[in-house]
Design a binder for this molecule. Structure first.
Ligand code: SF4
Ligand code: SF4
Length: 303
């Protein structure tokens, strides 16, 4: 079967300290890091053994994973396996990049976020150019706070043209139409992020072809619905996979609503759903020099 898995283990530490961080960060003790490593390696071993399935994997740590050797190793090793279609991770890109040389770059991808105030702009930009030179699939994004707008404009102008820059609507922030337009110039898909998506009762691929797994192997349909579907390691989740409607009122995170069947985002991000890279024919012209992008064939944004 084709299965997409979002993995989030116990890691909860980060080398950055963003004021808008949505995660309950902590300083992980040695014992907590050891537990995170064991959980991740158990998951990676399980994924490596599923040769009868085709797996797409996204690591969404509650902190920064790539500063830990076990995340880098798992990504490299999983990328080389023929039944792994994609292995990706959300990262602040603070890590070094030489380890990527050992990965299968047809399979590995990075979802990179720039956090102004946590790292010098030039250092982040140089990392992005390094990824592009290495041929690493990646998207780059920022949180759409007003104080980030100039940084985002500069990034859009100075990133390689083919690299997609996404903008996440800031949590709890509302945008006037004029403000939304400014962000949409940089990310033509920003209208999908601007408002939470009404999802109650709507069909969502999570719980059928997409699941969320924690460090214990507990399977849930997504990171946001707490009901458990079973356990990954005893196989009990399998019998629970079926089409399901969303039980929540809204879904406001890309890693959730991208799977809503009522949105066209599997077409928009065809081939890059997990790492948030639009299909080549969707973005005919990513923005260059901050002038704005032309979107071809982009379905209407949500109401
Ligand atoms: S890089 Fe991400 S996890 Fe780390 S502090 Fe910033 S928002 Fe939080
Ligand atoms: S719409 Fe969002 S919250 Fe609802 S089930 Fe899907 S991913 Fe989860």
């Amino acid at each position: 079967m084709d299965l997409t898995i979002l993995y989030r283990g116990p890691l909860a530490s980060c080398d950055y300290d963003c004021p808008y961080c949505p995660f309950a960060k902590r300083r992980d003790s040695r014992a907590q890091l050891t537990a995170d490593r064991a959980a991740l390696e158990r998951f990676a071993d399980w994924a490596a053994a599923q040769e009868g399935d085709r797996l797409s994997l996204l690591f969404t740590p509650w902190g920064e994973g790539l500063v830990r050797s076990w995340y880098r190793r798992a990504l490299v090793e999983l990328s080389r396996l023929p039944h792994i279609r994609r292995v990706a991770i959300q990262t602040n890109l603070s890590c070094r990049t030489d380890w990527l040389a050992a990965a299968d770059l047809d399979t590995l991808a990075l979802w990179c976020t720039y956090h102004p105030g946590q790292t010098p702009y030039d250092r982040f930009l140089a990392k992005c150019h390094d990824l592009a030179a290495r041929g690493v699939r990646h998207s780059v994004g920022v949180v759409g706070l007003p104080e980030h707008l100039e940084h985002a404009r500069r990034l859009r102008a100075e990133l390689p043209e083919q690299v997609y820059l996404w903008v996440n609507a800031a949590e709890g922030h509302t945008y006037t139409d004029a403000e939304a337009d400014e962000w949409t110039v940089l990310d033509p898909l920003f209208p999908y992020s601007r408002h939470p998506h009404r999802s109650a009762g709507l069909p969502c691929r999570t719980g059928e072809s997409v699941i969320s797994v924690d460090g214990e192997g507990t399977v849930r349909r997504c990171h946001f619905v707490r009901a458990e579907l079973g356990n990954l390691y005893d196989g009990s989740y399998r019998g629970a996979l079926r089409p399901r409607a969303c039980p929540l009122a809204v879904c406001d995170c890309h890693i959730g609503y991208v799977h809503l069947e009522t949105l066209p985002l599997y077409d928009v991000f065809a081939g890059g759903v997990l790492e948030r890279i639009p299909a080549p024919d969707v973005l005919r012209d990513t923005v260059s020099g901050g002038r704005g992008g032309i979107v071809v064939g982009m379905p209407s944004p949500p109401p």
